[in-house]
Design a protein around this ligand. Sequence first.
Ligand code: WT7
Length: 522
Amino acid sequence: MVIELAVAMLACARIGAMHSVVFAGFSAESLATRIVDANCKVLVTADGFFRGSKTINLKKIADKAVTLSSTDGVKVTSVILLEHLKRVTVPQGAVLPKNEPLTDKDFLYETEMQKHADKESSVEWMQAEDPLFLLYTSGSTGKPKGIQHTTAGYMVYAYMTMKCSFDAKPDDVYWCTADCGWITGHSYLLYGPLMNGLTGVWFEGVPLHPNPSRIWNIVDIYKVNKLYTSPTAVRALSALGDKWVKETSRSSLQLIGTVGEPINPAAWLWLHKVAGEENCAIVDTYWQTETGGHMITPLPGATPTKPGSATFPFFGVNPVLLDAEGRQIEGPGEGNLCFDRAWPGMLRGVYGDKERFMKTYFAPFKGYYCTGDGARRDEDGYLWITGRVDDLMNVSGHLLSTAEIESALVAHANVAEAAVVAAPHDIKGSFPYAFVTLNVGEKLDAKLIGELKQLVRDKIGALAVPDVIQEAPGLPKTRSGKVTRRILRKIAEGCDTGLGDVTTLVDESIISELVNGRNRLG
Ligand code: WT7
């Protein structure tokens, strides 16, 4: 997360080349897959970086990816290497990686910049529908999809949503904690903020390092008035207690936005009451890599909010809820969230795979863009995202939302995070199996299990009560912070091995801890 990354992305846009940013936490194999799929010619990278006290040797990963992709016949002709490590302070406990030798493909970023310092590159004028970039997102079936966005439509949409959802003004000091490797980093860290002409904060680091006050300290140092972050970060922070927040001023803050997953009412309220001190607009923005920008979001100061609801659609967006047969649900109800017309920021394709593009988004419900999410409309017309439809479970013929049960569990003061999956059951078909991460110092005893079951019973109904509640020291998450329920489902099913691809997880070791934990349950 360095300024040269923004420079590289914008330089691509200027010469009319598509950029395809790959999150630096990915393995060489994942990088190679993306290089090969898009037939990339140039790789811009850095020698390495620190993540907390961990050292990542990026050059080594990049070299391996270039070699791997060449065996697949794809030729990366040059690698632009930023020497980042020599200019940053080595954090306590971290070690500098061994210097990787330069190859004949490597060009040093600094040297190349100096060589061309007095020259200006001309602008390659693009057509509105010409591609601006690709961004890979995981598909439900294996291979990642190269989501293709256009020059004009994408930028108009990033600009406009940023302006309205965050009430963007030139005087703002705005900080989005996302990484540029995800769409949030594209739309609301680079393109949106620059087009709105405000001051943006770019942060290279982790929110909990060196301590859980980090986010709020940065807010205070730069007088950040608008902050955009994720529910995962919020839950992680709130689990550690209010002390870390209360030690800071946050007097500049006016707005806190979230994105990435449903924000449970408890986390929403913590933002509102504790972090925001009831002085900030809380903006829960629902959208996807594919949508380019916000689709369902409150407008700060204008939309009366309800904790946990992304509220209403953005201008020009028309969400519909469809039942399994594709019939529109009118009024209050729950169904498949689809959009019935195009919008400027909509993806224009899955790179090199038109069939997959049509199949994934337009085949499930003819005439609609299908999000793959479920949503509920309440009696006031507010929309509540219930989670991926593939995370729905059928218990005794009743459809339950895993997100809804999780939300009930995390409403307990001792619970930091919860993930619920469907486990097979002889009579009911399946039953809810819950993994819960408790706040520091808490333990899952019979009393707490009883309270948790009661909470679910109270909030949803007896039918949603998890038959099994297992304590989880942590949940398996992808680097974008998504809980990989497919692995939890396997663990709940009783599998010890054959859990599927675990290489995209932040921490693989959590898997064996969870398997052991389950075996201890008997
Ligand atoms: C999926 C898209 C959009 C940038 C980050 C994620 C979930 C996203 C919300 C929200 C409930 C949300 C959906 C969606 N999601 N925002 N505010 N409330 N769910 O991009 O990786 O393409 O993921 O994230 O399930 O389909 P992505």
